[in-house]
Design a protein around this ligand. Structure first.
Ligand code: CA
Ligand code: CA
Length: 246
């Protein structure tokens, strides 16, 4: 389900640390479309993602020469380690989904849609405080109602709350939330789990709050049903779950 390939490109240059950092970028691809994060920065300085920097610019490019970029103002960064491409508004072309953080108000989940050669942003409210982050789970029509939902863990180290938002008519509305789930530990350069569909609809795969169990959570009638499906002992345990082996 998650087809975007993630490439971390770092120019390794011995003593050229500054130059290497300047060339750092993150790229994801889907169906001939590409999203690239670059202009690495530490101006926000949260540092929750290990050695992954924050990013000042995002560019989306398409198979027929489409290209548009967003350069964030100094008070904002993309606090992201794997920008996602998915068709959120169901117009047939991928949109960009990523975490955007404000230096006073913390993180929001942002969707950038390409309309008339411009990137148009729809975002959740910011968490409300600096250095408060969220970790995306995935994007899909999770309940089969024809509208796309987006899910993330709000403050994976603190609130540990799964939130599901629905995108309809260019607006986001929160459908439901559930405490006691997480998908990231401080300093990890990856998010654990994601989405799977093993034939019974989309399931959000995360850890429980204590990193004891891998949990599968489904959206049904705008409510969340969660269950433990495997013990958690190491990060690779998520691979078997995502491959429908549990
Ligand atoms: Ca779209
Ligand atoms: Ca839906």
């Amino acid at each position: 389900m998650i087809r975007a390939a993630i490439i971390i490109s770092v120019a390794l240059g011995g003593m050229m640390i500054g130059a290497a950092q300047a060339q750092q970028k993150l790229v994801s691809k889907l169906d001939g479309w590409k999203v690239q994060l670059d202009q690495p920065t530490n101006r926000y300085g949260h540092g929750i993602m290990g050695n992954v920097p924050e990013w000042g610019r995002m560019c989306l490019s398409g198979p027929n020469g489409q290209k548009a970029c967003v350069v964030l103002p100094q008070n904002k960064v993309f606090e992201e380690m794997s920008p996602r491409l998915a068709d959120v508004d169901l117009d047939g072309t991928p949109d960009v989904i990523l975490v955007e953080s404000d230096n006073r108000l913390g993180a929001a989940l942002a969707i950038y849609l390409l309309r008339d050669d411009q990137l148009f942003c729809v975002a959740t409210p910011k968490i409300g405080r600096a250095n408060r982050w969220l970790a995306p789970i995935g994007v899909a029509d999770m309940d089969g109602d024809g509208a796309v939902e987006l899910a993330y863990i709000d403050r994976p180290h603190l609130a540990k709350t799964l939130r599901v938002w629905r995108f309809e008519n260019d607006r986001l509305s929160e459908v439901v939330n559930l405490k006691g789930l997480t998908n990231h530990r401080i300093g990890q350069e990856f998010i654990s789990g994601g989405l799977r569909d093993c034939g019974q609809g989309a399931e959000m795969i995360t850890s429980d709050a204590a990193w004891q169990n891998i949990m599968a959570t489904q959206l049904r009638n705008d409510r969340l049903q969660t269950r433990s499906i495997a013990r958690f002992s190491k990060t690779k345990d998520f691979d078997a779950v995502l491959a429908c082996k549990n």
